[in-house]
Structures are given as C-alpha cells and as structure tokens.
Design a protein around this ligand. Structure first.
Ligand code: GLU
Length: 505
C-alpha cells in the first residue's frame, strides 16, 4: 500500500470550555502533523445535543488562535473533507448504520428505559451482550414482520452493534504497545438512536475518521476503553487497511500525583485549568484562563509539551520549531504526568526573559494606560529591562516599577527607621547641590560624580546610598540605584530628594 499522507485530528465535543488536557492533546497532534508534513484537522463532535454548550466551539477556536496552534482544515476554514461539524454531517451516517444492519452486524433494539432498568435490577452487572441479548426486545428476538411494523408505526428504537463473544481484539497502541481485549467484556453499544435520528459518538467518530482519511488517532487515555470497539467497527466495515494507528496519551495528574487532574484542583491550589477565561452561559460563573492570569502562550505550550513527552535529553526550553523537529510518539510516556503548576510559573518567567524589552513593554503598556500613567514607550522599554528579571508575570511589573512613574507618597516605616539617619537630611541636601551641577545625567557619569563626592568627604557609602534610595523609591527595593536615577532624570531626582528632606526631617 502506498504511504498515505499523515492526517490527524483534534475532535472536541463542544460541551464546555476546553480543558488544559485537551490543549495538550491538540498540541501533540499538531506537533505530530507538522513533524510528518501532514495535516491537522479540527472536527467538532456535536452530535449530543443534550450536552451542547453555546459558545464552546468559538472558545476552542479562540484558544488555539491565542496559543499559535493552527489547523489545516476545520469548521472555520473549510477544506475538502468537510463539513467539519458532525451536526452538519447528520444525513451521512444513516447509510453506514444500514450497512451494518444489512450484514447482520448490528440490530434494532426496542427496549424501553423501564425494561432496561428492570433487567439491571434483576441481573447483577447487567450488560447488553451475547449473554443477554436474546432475552431482550430486539430484532434478534422478534419476528421480522413485527420489527418492521414497530418501525413503521414510529416506535423509537436504537441500533446496537452485535459483538461476537470470545474474540481477540488487539489494539496496537503506538505509545502503550499491544493491548489485547477479549470481545466478551464489551457490550453491544448503541450506534444510532431513532429518537434524534443521530449516530452516537462511537459511530460518528470512526465513520468520520475513515471519511476524513485520518491516519493516526492521538487522544487522551480516557478513550482507551473505547478503542477495541472502534477497531471492531473498522473490521465490520471492511476498512482494516486504512484503520488509523492509535496512540493514547498519559493522564494529567493532580500536582500531588494522586489521581486525575480536575477543575477543582485548580480552584483548590489557585491555578487555571482553561486556556482562556470562560463565562459559563448557564450559571454565569466566570473561570479565569491562562491568558488572563498573565501567561505567555509560548510558555504555556512549552510547559504542556513536557507533560507526557520528553525530547530525549534534559532540555526544557524549546521553541515550537524545535518541538516539531524533536517530537515523536515513541518518546511519549505511558505513565501519568503530574501537573506541576509551579513549573508553569517558572516557564513564564523564562519566556519573559527571552522576549525583548520592547515586546514586554508593549504588553505592559495597556496596564499603565489603565492606571492613567502617561509615559513614553521608550521609557517603559528601559524600565522593563531593569526589572523584568524579578517577575514571573507581566502584571507583576507594576509592583516592581510603579515608583518610576509615581513619586513616593508614603515612605516605608521600617526602612525609614533603619536607613534615614539623623544626618540624612543634611547629606541629601548636599547631594542635591552636587546633582544639580551634573550636565550628563547618564548612569556612569552620575555614578562617578556621586561616588567621588562620597569618597572625598569620607562619608559612609552605604548610609548615603540607602537614604538616597529611600528618597527615590520610598522603600529599600529596586534595581541598581544609578539606573533608577538615569531613568528618572535630574529634575525628578532632585524633586524627590527635596520632598524626602521636607517630609522625613
Ligand atoms: N469527541 C471526543 C472528545 O471529546 C473525541 C475523542 C477522540 O479523539 O476520538 O474528546
């Protein structure tokens, strides 16, 4: 068989905001597609109208746009295998159900909810399968004529797959290796419901994978139990030759490592589990997202890529292109990955350092605007360069840099006690005179003049500089003092000194 072009898909059900685990699944599909010069398809699995949530599809699309994960085909961009929403493919599934019915590989079942409930009470661990199906109300037990008349009279039915017991179903998972299952453990799953004229997830999922020429299914571990049924469906349809290869990604675990990561862990420990903010249309509850919490998309991607995959060495900072060239399913792990959200903060810090001061300044600028700070971009760029190594998130810049824009209103009490000596007003007054005579207010020039003044007078370097910093910043923090001086400029520095002298006495 000729090599088929690699085609993978991310197939979310729009039942709410995209969970961070789904983001990782999509990312791995993206990397696998790009690495193999293949296509990544976005398919919306919206056949379950009961669980459909308004806005979820748009949310998914916006999330990937923010993250820089792009699709080759999908509901918003089209493609030659469309439509890409299952709700728009409705009419297409019935013929596949009919194929299975014609071949005797599926059957109609008329059991009502009450009848099923009754069986469940009667038989422990009841399962609709070879051992029970002949005691149920279906086309295997009813005369053909009655089946037809029930259907003709509009009685609701479902179509179930007919699974033969005691057959070996073997799934060759590219991450987990061979997984063997005895067909007897499977139940005759519902493939189609007359009530809404729609296929269930299983049927639509494999029919679409087939029609969209999907070569690899890469999805979360929670789908592993469905895979034997999917393999069987490929067999029933006679599509074994083009059956995609399956890979099931490891679970994302709670930061403590005990059990599956849930939304509640995020609430409990204070980290988002959604990429973007989500406003629940039903409850109006607002859930914050990574974007709103100040994460850079590259940092989030880099954090996620290492939760279940490694590049084969201990490199941690990887660009998207490097991830693409290094990615392989063989390097994905079978065991769950702890969601160490503290590490995501570290990644954000690293990515902030990697960005130019100008880029960071552009991200910071709106926050300054919101605080009605009127300043030039050039100045912001300079300030960013002085303080960015101290922050993990863009909004922490305000805390670190506010004093550049606003002169101290109050002086930190403890610092005053410790650093503002009896002779400080007098020394600062002298300093004012010295500073006023300097024409070139650049770092080195001011530093030279000020230090030689201190030395020539035999003053205590530490005492003078501490009082100076207190006057400029209002407390004892901040970058190198002469850098601060250069940014503030002569007039501002002198003004702040005079204000401190007057107020602190
Ligand atoms: N619609 C399923 C989901 O929401 C797709 C699973 C798969 O990738 O096959 O995750």
């Amino acid at each position: 068989m000729p090599q088929r072009k690699v085609r993978v898909r991310f197939a979310p059900s729009p039942t709410g905001p995209l969970h961070i685990g789904g983001v990782r699944t999509a990312l791995y599909n993206y990397l696998f597609a790009k690495k193999n010069r293949g296509d990544l398809i976005l398919r919306i699995e919206d056949t379950d109208s009961q669980r459909f949530v308004q806005g979820a599809e748009e949310y998914i699309i916006n999330s990937f746009e923010w993250l820089g994960v792009s699709f080759d085909e999908g509901p918003h961009q089209g493609g030659k295998y469309g439509p890409y929403r299952q709700s728009e493919r409705k009419s297409l599934y019935k013929q596949y159900v009919d194929q299975l019915l014609d071949k005797g590989l599926a059957y109609f079942a008329f059991d009502t909810a009450e009848q099923l409930e009754h069986k469940r009470n009667e038989i422990a661990n009841f399962q609709y399968d070879a051992s029970t199906r002949l005691a149920m109300v279906n086309s295997l037990t009813l005369p053909e004529k009655e089946v037809q008349s029930r259907i003709d009279s509009g009685q609701q039915y479902v179509v179930r797959i007919k699974i033969e017991p005691n057959q070996l179903i073997s799934v060759n998972d590219l991450i987990r290796g061979e997984v063997n299952v005895n067909s007897s453990v499977l139940d005759d799953k519902v493939l189609y419901k007359s009530a809404d004229n729609l296929p269930t997830y299983h049927l639509a999922n494999i029919v679409d994978d087939h029609l969209m020429a999907i070569t690899h299914v890469i999805r979360g571990e929670e789908w592993l139990p469905s895979t034997p049924l999917h393999v069987l469906l490929y067999r029933y349809f006679g599509w074994e030759d083009t059956m995609p290869a399956f890979s099931h990604l490891p679970l994302l675990l709670k930061p403590e490592g005990n059990g599956k990561l849930s939304k509640r862990d995020g609430d409990r420990l204070g980290f988002p589990v959604f990429p973007l903010q989500w406003a629940d249309p039903a409850t109006r509850a607002i859930f914050s997202g990574y974007r709103e919490e100040g994460y850079l998309p590259e940092a989030l991607i880099n954090f996620l890529v290492l939760l279940g995959w490694n590049p084969g060495n201990d490199r941690e900072i990887l660009s998207l292109n490097e991830m693409i060239s290094l990615f392989s399913l063989e390097r994905c792990s079978k065991s769950g990955a702890k969601f160490d959200y503290k590490k995501s903060e570290w990644f954000n810090h690293q990515y902030i350092q990697l960005k130019s001061n100008e880029e960071i300044a552009h991200l910071f600028y709106p926050l300054l605007k919101a605080r009605k700070v009127d300043t030039s971009l050039d100045k912001v760029i300079k300030i960013v360069g002085l303080v960015k190594e101290r922050i993990n998130f863009i909004d922490e810049l305000w805390d670190q840099a506010a004093f550049f824009f606003i002169a101290p209103v109050v002086y930190d009490e403890k610092t005053v006690k410790k650093r503002w000596k009896e002779d400080s007003p007098e020394k600062m007054q002298e300093l004012v005179v010295i500073l006023q005579e300097i024409d070139d207010f650049s770092v080195y020039s001011v530093e030279k003049v000020v230090t030689s003044w201190i030395e020539s007078k035999g003053y205590h370097m530490g005492n003078i500089m501490n009082a100076f910093r207190l006057a400029l910043v209002g407390e004892s923090k901040g970058p190198h003092i002469f850098d601060i001086i250069e940014v503030l400029g002569k007039e501002e520095v002198v003004g702040r000194l005079e204000k401190a002298i007057a107020e602190l006495k």
